[in-house]
Design a binder for this molecule. Structure first.
Ligand code: AR6
Length: 178
C-alpha cells in the first residue's frame, strides 16, 4: 500500500522482515542501554553483524546510552542500507505516562537523523508494539501522523517504508494510513 503527499513524498507499507528491504537507513526498536535484545533489534544485529555493536559501544562510552524518545545512528554493517538509526520507544504502562509523546519523539529522532545524514529512503518497524506492549492501533496512528508531518516539511526523504511483521500489523497500519 502506498500514499503520497502533494510534494510527491511517499509512505509505503510492506509486510515482511525489515532486514531484507533495501533502503538508505533502517530504524531499529532499541532499548535505552543500546544493549541489543530480541525482536527486531535481535534480527538487525544478527543480519548486520558485529560492526553495529562496536559503534554502539563507542556511543555508550561517550553518552551512556540513549534516553527514551531519542535515537542514535550507526553503520548498517552487512544490512542492505548505509545506516541504522536506533530509536528508543516507550514501555507502555497505562497511556498516562507520556507514552504517545515519547513514541512520536522516537519516530522524530529517526526522521531528523535521516535529514542530517541526507537519507532519501528510511524504513521503520512498528516501534514499541512488541515487547514494550504499546497497543498497535494507537501506535500506528502516531507513527503515520509523525511521518506525514515530517514529509510535509523540508527534508531529504523521498520515501518512508513501514515494514510490518505479520498480516495483523500490516492491516492495522493500512487502516491508519487510510
Ligand atoms: N522486521 C520487522 N518487524 C519485526 C521484525 C523484523 N525482522 N521482528 C520483529 N518485528 P519489538 P519493542 C516487529 O519487541 O516493542 C528488544 O528486545 C514485532 O512484531 O522488537 O519496541 C529491544 O532490545 C513488533 O511489531 O520492539 C528492546 O529491549 C515490532 O517489530 C525491546 O525489545 C516491535 O517489537 C523493544 O521493544
Amino acid at each position: 500500500m502506498e500514499w503520497s503527499n502533494p510534494e510527491g513524498r511517499r509512505i509505503r507499507l510492506v509486510e515482511g522482515d525489515i532486514t531484507r528491504v533495501p533502503v538508505d537507513a533502517i530504524a531499529n526498536a532499541a532499548n535505552s542501554a543500546l544493549a541489543g535484545g530480541g525482536g527486531v533489534d535481535g534480527a538487525i544485529h544478527r543480519a548486520g553483524g558485529p560492526a553495529i555493536m562496536r559503534e554502539l559501544d563507542v556511543i555508550r562510552a561517550r553518552q551512556g546510552g540513549c534516553p527514551t524518545g531519542r535515537a542514535v545512528a550507526t553503520t548498517a554493517g552487512n544490512l542492505p542500507a548505509k545506516w541504522v538509526f536506533h530509536a528508543v520507544g516507550p514501555v507502555y504502562r497505562d497511556g498516562r505516562h507520556n507514552e504517545p509523546a515519547l513514541l512520536a519523539s522516537a519516530y522524530r529522532g529517526c526522521l531528523d537523523l535521516a535529514r542530517e545524514h541526507g537519507a532519501r529512503t528510511l524504513s521503520f518497524p512498528s516501534i514499541s508494539t512488541g515487547v514494550y506492549g504499546y497497543p498497535i492501533e494507537e501506535a500506528a496512528r502516531i507513527a503515520i501522523a509523525t511521518v506525514r508531518e515530517h514529509l510535509a516539511a523540508e527534508t531529504t526523504l523521498e520515501e518512508v517504508v513501514f515494514v510490518l511483521f505479520g498480516r495483523a500489523a500490516y492491516d492495522t497500519f493500512a487502516q491508519a494510513l487510510g
